[in-house]
Design a protein around this ligand. Structure first.
Ligand code: AMP
Ligand code: MG
Length: 440
């Protein structure tokens, strides 16, 4: 895979990529093939910056982090109680031990215990030499310096945390490509790391095309609609934590389109447009895209969201300059969101340097039958709820499913994914659901 920031070798041409994708057909491209093509196309950010730990939340780790020491550094107690030798516990009678001293978290001069003795110990305190077991204080009877432990309440090794059990010295605590989450920040803190190397943020430019579009705040003449795609796109991109370059609404004029595409290609790693890519579109978007780069116009076997442009565009096609990945999405408001989740989101994560895993799908019982033609992937907007018996999930479709009906998406909390080869779904049948609202 090529690098965005430092390109040693020429990236493969779109034709070369297409030849690697088995069953590639630009006029009826299955979603899986489109995903594979895109995965092969997109380069990765390489530039690395050091960030203070808290600023790194949600960012992509750029190097493996190896633990320089054992965490915890010593065996220690997991409970407030009494540390003892497990070998001194009587099998089926009370064990009585004498308290020889006490140990608190952070203490270094440890109490010692001879045979027949134990040590009062608090959670996190280092285990005194020779003691291997902690009996929680609530299980024992204390009488002066005597502790009585009933039979069977504790076994050898219980309630002892082992040195290095969280992280062993030399072990990779976190691997490059990790999107840092709260637990990861805690792990890094436990290693004493004040700063972490992360990839620079991906820069994503986006704009809407179409003469009928108006920006909010403008009057709405007859025949026009407000541009909503820039807001849904902004929301989905903002959740991914990329740097956003909003280039507004661009009129269907070749000069305006060209200037905007050039600016986008110059400043961004990825450019996302909506509208103007349908077959038979009268506008100039496709013409300008093709002029500024190496761009394919696909018809994807999916619903909604059939047309899509994909490729590379540059601010100056002839110079060996910077190029950006183009995702030309269809204009319909639902199609924009569905194609984003199905084809763009993972690609942007990969470009950001993240090690991507397939998006988690939920299995839910469809409350009603669904009609589905094999030979394309359909994404129905669904509402997933807990099944009435409390076991598993069920899903029902939100009202009218037209690809212009954004309300269907707004009401939904998941996309029912009816796979390429799948046919009609019977009531009660389990289907895959992509819970997109649970995604970052
Ligand atoms: P297109 O893909 O350009 O043919 O657009 C398909 C449909 O989506 C048309 O009804 C457009 O008016 C509508 N549309 C395109 N872009 C937007 C947008 N940014 N916001 C809202 N609707 C749009
Ligand atoms: Mg249009």
């Amino acid at each position: 895979m090529a690098d965005i920031d430092n390109r040693p070798e020429l990236p493969p041409s779109l034709q070369q990529i297409a030849s690697c994708v088995s069953g590639y057909d630009p006029n009826a491209l299955p979603v899986a093939q489109a995903q594979e093509f895109i995965a092969r196309l997109v380069p990765k950010v390489r530039a690395v910056e050091m960030l203070a730990l808290r600023s790194a939340l949600g960012r992509v780790l750029a190097r493996d982090v190896v633990s320089g020491f054992d965490v915890p550094a010593h065996d220690n107690s997991a409970m407030d109680g009494y540390a003892l030798r497990g070998s001194e516990l009587a099998a089926d009678a009370d064990t009585v031990l004498q308290v020889a001293g006490s140990g608190f978290a952070g203490q270094v001069d440890l109490a010692t215990a001879a045979a027949g003795q134990c040590v009062r110990i608090m959670t996190g305190a280092v285990m005194p030499a020779g003691l291997d077991t902690v009996v929680p204080q609530e299980f024992v009877k204390v009488d002066g310096d005597r502790v009585t432990i009933p039979a069977g309440v504790v076994r050898t090794g219980d309630n002892r945390r082992l040195k290095g059990e969280d992280l062993a010295r030399g072990e990779a605590a976190l691997v490059a490509g990790r999107v840092l989450r709260p637990a990861d920040l805690g792990m890094l803190a436990s290693l004493g790391q004040a700063e972490v190397p992360v990839f620079r943020r991906l820069r994503v430019a986006f704009f809407s095309t179409g003469d009928e579009l108006r920006s909010i705040g403008e009057p709405l003449p007859p025949g026009c609609v407000y541009d909503s795609n820039r807001y849904t796109l902004w929301g989905m991109l903002a959740r991914l934590g990329v740097d956003l370059i909003d280039l507004g609404v661009v009129r269907d004029e070749p000069a305006a389109l060209e200037a905007t595409f050039r600016a986008a290609a110059r400043d961004a790693d990825a450019v996302i447009t909506s509208g103007g890519v349908s077959v038979g579109e009268a506008d100039h978007t496709k013409m300008v895209m093709a002029k500024l780069g190496d761009v394919l116009f696909w018809r994807i076997a999916m619903r909604p969201g059939r047309p899509m442009a994909i490729g590379r565009i540059s601010s100056d096609k002839n110079a060996d300059g910077h190029s950006a990945i183009l995702f030309g999405l269809p204009g319909n408001p639902v199609a924009v969101m569905v194609t984003f989740y199905a084809l763009v989101r993972d690609a942007l994560l990969a470009m950001s340097g993240a090690a991507t895993a397939p998006m988690p799908l939920l299995r839910a019982a469809s409350v009603a039958p669904m009609r589905k033609k094999p030979g394309r992937t359909e994404y129905q907007r669904g509402i997933v709820t807990r099944a009435p018996d409390g076991a598993g999930w069920e899903v029902r479709i939100t009202g009218a499913q037209g690809s212009g009906i954004l309300r269907s998406m707004s009401e939904a909390n998941g996309l029912v994914v009816l796979h390429h080869a799948q046919g009609n779904v019977a009531a009660g049948e389990l289907v895959d659901v992509l819970p997109f609202d649970a995604l970052t």
